[in-house]
Ligand binder design. Structure first.
Ligand SMILES: O=C(O)COP(=O)(O)O
Ligand SMILES: [Mg+2]
Length: 219
């Protein structure tokens, strides 16, 4: 059996609008103006504390408030993480196909594990995944390779990593894992700038891409 580990934000789900809402509630509670969606999308990728740090800098909030405002943003997000979030089209079918083909599936996200699990449960996606490594599961986050390695170790298999961002590409490279890039997420640079084995923009293309990738890499 081969394992396929997936990133979450910008890969399985378009979650930025709920992240934006939580960040803007925190900013409003500090009397600061809201951030627009493209700006917040540019802040996603290194986990919630880093996103809060970037939002605070953008609105001139003093960094000695960071721990407090991170906790407040997480509380806002925990309370409402699925209202505006949607899985990308064709996701469920692609995961069903991969499961039927015998792949073991897991998640490695920089999102804290609790809201990650809430999102998976809300959209009936949890049943597909045997492990969820969140941004707060280990002391380090992606692009450190340890969380990705932990996800594969939990499944007892090597395999492929599927993600949307520079952080994911670097994580895969450092873990020596073949990387498949989903192009419709929160990447900041052109596709060509990210090291990857192959890319896709529609989930119905993923099962064939996985088969080709495994032929090419002999994982
Ligand atoms: O929470 C983030 O900043 C990014 O989350 P992801 O790793 O699922 O893309
Ligand atoms: Mg992502």
């Amino acid at each position: 059996m081969t394992a396929i580990i997936f990133d979450l934000d910008g890969t399985l789900v378009d979650s930025a609008p709920d992240i934006q809402a939580a960040a803007n509630k925190m900013l409003a509670s500090e009397g600061r103006a809201p951030l627009d969606l493209p700006t917040v999308i540019g802040f996603i990728g290194n986990g919630l504390p880093k996103l809060v740090e970037r939002a605070m800098r953008a609105r001139d909030l003093p960094m000695d408030r960071h721990a407090d405002l991170s906790a407040r943003t997480l509380a806002f997000y925990d309370a409402e993480s699925t209202t505006r979030t949607r899985p990308y089209p064709g996701l469920d079918e692609a995961l069903d196909t991969l499961k039927a083909q015998g792949f073991a599936l897991g998640i490695c996200t920089n999102k804290p594990a609790a809201p990650a699990r809430d999102i998976l449960a809300r959209f009936d996606l949890a049943r597909h995944f045997e492990v969820v490594i969140g941004g707060d599961t280990l002391p380090v986050k992606k692009p450190d390779p340890a969380p990705l390695r932990a996800a594969f170790a939990a499944l007892g298999q090597d395999g492929l990593f599927v993600g949307d961002s520079e952080v994911d590409a670097e994580t895969a490279e450092r873990a020596h894992v073949p990387f498949l890039l989903f192009t419709e997420g929160y990447r900041k640079q052109p596709v060509e700038a990210l090291p990857h084995l192959a890319n896709f923009s529609q989930f119905n293309a993923l099962p064939d891409l996985v088969a080709q990738a495994l032929t090419r890499t002999a994982v």
